[in-house]
Structures are given as structure tokens and as C-alpha cells.
Design a protein around this ligand. Structure first.
Ligand SMILES: Cc1cc2nc3c(=O)[nH]c(=O)nc-3n(C[C@H](O)[C@H](O)[C@H](O)COP(=O)(O)O)c2cc1C
Length: 207
């Protein structure tokens, strides 16, 4: 089968499979703070690490949601690691709440203080990246027209790791059971790791 994005055969594929093709996608479980001090948290799976040195992340928001609004207002956010143990809470925090209500409370999530930025972390999340926004801009399509999707780039200024998941100097992703988004309402959790050194014998630090 082949189709242009707008010409999918909806009898064969009633639901758009695109997000099942580009899957699994990591989830940025992003906490931010409103100028009034309300702690917001929401999952974003159009999310990734985009560089090292400087360490930078990016996520994309369909419209200016509260997370983007808070980052535009305060310039700071935290990416909390979503794990299988926190799946129900990750989903709950995608609820649309008024800006003055906190998804931390809705999902019964305890806050932990961050060190270098003001938004709190998820206490139960084993890893968190404290970030300072470096660019927030609307994405343009190939015609140059604006899309209504907003890209947020942030530089990581602080990293939290629960040392219970570090063994022999390695952060054990299969023990973290990191959560990823597949298509539809589907998620995957990391359970199995295959380690294969690079042909050139590079170290872990090579991209
Ligand atoms: C696992 C998951 C991933 C999501 N990824 C995105 C995303 O990448 N971009 C987006 O705009 N919304 C995404 N959403 C929806 C937002 O989480 C939802 O709109 C949320 O209410 C936004 O919260 P906010 O207004 O507090 O920022 C996702 C939802 C779930 C459950």
C-alpha cells in the first residue's frame, strides 16, 4: 500500500497509523510552573534528546497548550522519565485542566524540588532533566505556512538519577522499564536490552 498523507484509504485504515510507524517514541513527561505558581505536568511524545554538549531536548505541542504557555512565561521546565510503574499517572496527567489546577494533584503525584530551575519534579520518577528553554517557535510546513504546532528546545542544566538503577557504572534501562509511546492508545516498556559494540571500537561517548 502507498498513499499521500491526506489520501489514506479509511476503509482499510480508519485510524491514522503514522504514530504506529514512528514508534516507539520516548515520552517527555514535562513539568512546568505558571507565573502564579501552579505546577503543571503533561506527557509529550513528540519528544527527544537532540544533542549532547550542549545537552538539548525538544518537544512539539499541537497548539499553545499550558506547558508551552508556562515555558514562554518562565523559560524553564523539567523532563521527568515516564516508566511502566507510572503509566496510569502519565495517562492521567494528559487530562485537560484549567491552567490554575495542577495535574500533579489530579494524578496524586508527590512533587520533589528541582535544584536549578523552579518547576518541581515527579518524586517517584527515577530520572529527571532540569531544562532552560533556548527556543520556542511555531513549525512551518513546506509551503512556509504556519502549522499551529510549536517546537520547544531546551538545554539540560541538571540531571537527577536514582542510583538504585545504576549498576557497574551503567544506568540500567531494562530495570527502569522506561515507557514509550506507540500508535493509537498503545505504549511499550523497555524490558530487554541487546548490547553490541560498534565495529570501529568506539567508546560509549560516540554518537
Ligand atoms: C502519552 C501521551 C503523549 C502525548 N504527546 C503529545 C505531544 O507530543 N504533543 C501534544 O501536543 N500533545 C501530546 N499529548 C496530549 C497532551 O498531554 C495533552 O493535550 C495535555 O492536556 C497537555 O497538557 P498541558 O495543556 O497542561 O500542557 C500526549 C498525551 C499522551 C497521553
Amino acid at each position: 500500500m502507498f498513499y499521500a498523507p491526506d489520501d489514506r484509504d479509511r476503509t482499510l485504515l480508519p485510524h491514522n497509523p503514522l504514530k504506529a510507524i514512528v514508534a516507539p517514541r520516548p515520552i517527555g513527561w514535562i513539568s512546568s510552573l505558571s507565573p502564579a505558581g501552579v505546577a503543571n505536568i503533561a506527557p509529550y511524545s513528540f519528544f527527544n534528546l537532540v544533542s549532547e554538549s550542549p545537552d538539548m531536548v525538544m518537544f512539539s505541542s499541537s497548539g499553545v497548550k499550558d506547558t508551552v504557555r508556562n515555558i514562554l512565561d518562565t523559560g524553564e521546565f523539567v523532563c521527568n522519565l515516564a516508566t511502566r510503574a507510572l503509566l496510569a499517572q502519565v495517562n492521567l496527567t494528559s487530562a485537560v485542566l484549567p491552567r490554575e489546577e495542577s495535574e500533579f494533584d489530579l494524578a496524586g503525584l508527590a512533587r520533589a524540588p528541582s535544584r536549578l530551575v523552579k518547576p518541581p519534579r515527579v518524586a517517584r520518577s527515577p530520572c529527571a532533566l532540569e531544562c532552560v528553554a533556548v527556543e520556542v517557535r511555531e513549525l512551518a510546513g513546506r509551503s512556509g505556512a504556519s502549522t499551529g504546532h510549536w517546537l520547544v528546545f531546551g538545554e539540560i542544566v541538571g540531571i537527577h538519577i536514582d542510583e538504585a538503577f545504576v549498576e557497574d557504572g551503567i544506568l540500567r534501562v531494562e530495570k527502569l522499564n522506561s515507557l514509550a509511546r506507540c500508535g493509537y492508545f498503545d505504549y511499550a516498556a523497555v524490558e530487554e536490552i541487546h548490547t553490541l559494540p560498534r565495529p570501529g571500537g568506539q567508546s560509549f561517548t560516540s554518537a
